[in-house]
Design a protein around this ligand. Structure first.
Ligand SMILES: NC(=O)c1ccc[n+]([C@@H]2O[C@H](COP(=O)([O-])OP(=O)(O)OC[C@H]3O[C@@H](n4cnc5c(N)ncnc54)[C@H](O)[C@@H]3O)[C@@H](O)[C@H]2O)c1
Length: 392
């Protein structure tokens, strides 16, 4: 059995996404499982080096997850350039989960070092910049990718399966409700659960730039290409508290409402808000209505109602509702193993780099998400429908 080592520089790994999704639930999990098995004669084994600015935080993560994965700490350094230059060993992949506004600088440095590049979304806050970065890596002939994790959520995989099976017939509309209450940090003993930069425009925050990147690849891949959109955003909460305890004025949109029309005419709506309290099945629910059936997906579970099982309501507010609308839905069973979505995409990217396997989630695909967010902002500011032109 050949064991093929793949060196990965993991940058910005002390952040929320870097630590939880990428280090703990993806790379550490893969190593713990004994690497990525390829057929009967090869195992690809990730070997990360953690990079960032805070040495003590890196050391703590390197010890915790390295010991968990392989019984010894991972390597770490605050010298990102040194890691790119090969000072600490041979690392073929550069991964970045630092803040959005730091992304370009790190990608440029990784391009100069000739690394395969994988990074969090969004790659930039403006389409022009996202396209420039995508072209930079393409022109350098480097393998590259952007995180598009939602595609591997069980909920979306099941929706895609239902669509492939023809369950919906013609799809008429899609409605997504996303969000939950993010505490402002202003109230007694109610700390915020997301980073404060998310609520500052000047630091790369904002609901549209955050979530429309996801909605773009979800819509394109599950339902079909987006043709046009109209959007509206708002800053619902004016003041929140910074991690250091000081209050700051919110400058970014914390809720966003959009209608997207697809090339085949399907209407897709997404409401996204950090200022809403959940009374639905999950933090994200997506209802798909088709002629032959409907489905409601949460992050993991999906419920269906076929044409034959559809109850027949009659409008009469003068009597209590006689139908329990929640009853006439069936669970889609878990007929396969649904692994962590980030981990699945990591395994695909690693196999793309090592074995040249197919990969459809490039920086140019990521740029399309930035484009949708930027067009959403423009639609909101100019109060008009926007067409979505081809990128490239
Ligand atoms: N795929 C998803 O579902 C998803 C979800 C949330 C956030 N994100 C994206 O992931 C990225 C990180 O978001 P987060 O929520 O983890 O934020 P975070 O603030 O928790 O983490 C950002 C990290 O980057 C580090 N950093 C900032 N400047 C740096 C620099 N110059 N050099 C090295 N490190 C630096 C910070 O110290 C921190 O560790 C953002 O681009 C965000 O849009 C993606």
């Amino acid at each position: 059995m050949e064991i093929k080592r793949i060196g990965i520089i993991m940058n910005g790994v002390t952040g929320r996404m870097g630590t939880n999704q990428h280090l703990a639930r993806s790379i550490t999990a893969i190593i713990k499982e004994g690497g990525i098995k390829v057929g009967n004669d090869m195992i690809i084994m990730p070997d990360p080096i953690l990079t960032g600015r805070r040495e003590y935080a890196l050391k703590e993560l390197a010890e915790k997850y390295g010991n968990e994965a392989k019984g010894e700490p991972f390597k770490y350094t605050t010298d990102v350039q040194g890691a790119l230059d090969g000072k600490y060993g041979d690392y073929e992949i550069f991964f970045d989960a630092s803040g959005t506004l730091q992304r370009a600088g790190f990608i440029e440095a990784a391009v100069k070092a000739g690394k395969a590049i994988y990074c969090e979304k969004p790659t930039a806050v403006e389409t022009k910049e996202a396209v420039r970065l995508a072209k930079l890596v393409d022109d350098a002939g480097l393998k590259n990718g952007v995180v598009q994790d939602k595609l591997w959520l069980p909920g979306f995989r099941k929706l895609k399966m239902l669509k492939e099976l023809g369950f919906f017939g013609k799809i008429l509309s899609v409605r997504g409700e996303f969000g939950y209450w993010v505490f402002t940090g202003m109230d007694y003993d109610q700390p915020a659960q997301r980073p404060s930069w998310n609520y500052r425009n000047e630091d790369g925050g904002g609901m549209m730039i955050d979530m429309f990147c996801h909605w773009r690849y979800v819509i394109d891949n599950v339902f079909g290409p987006v043709k046009s959109l109209v959007a509206y955003g708002a800053t619902d909460i004016d003041q929140r508290r910074h991690e250091d305890g000081t209050p700051f004025d919110c400058t970014a949109d914390d809720s966003a409402y959009a209608m997207f029309v697809l090339e085949d005419g399907t209407m897709v709506q997404f409401n996204s808000s950090w200022c809403t309290r959940v009374r639905r099945d999950d933090l994200l629910t997506v209802q798909v209505d088709g002629v032959k059936g409907s489905a409601v997906a949460g992050l993991r579970e999906v419920k269906t109602q076929s044409a034959a099982n559809t109850p027949k309501p009659v409008w009469n507010p003068d009597v209590p509702q006689p139908i329990d609308f929640f009853e006439a839905w069936e669970d889609v069973p878990n007929n396969t193993n649904y692994d962590n979505a980030f981990k699945i995409q990591w395994e695909m990217f690693i196999k793309h780099v090592v074995l040249d396997e197919e990969w459809n989630y490039s920086l140019m695909e990521g740029a399309k998400g930035v484009q949708l967010a930027e067009l959403g902002m423009q639609s909101w500011k100019e109060r008009k429908w926007m067409d979505v032109p081809e990128l490239g």
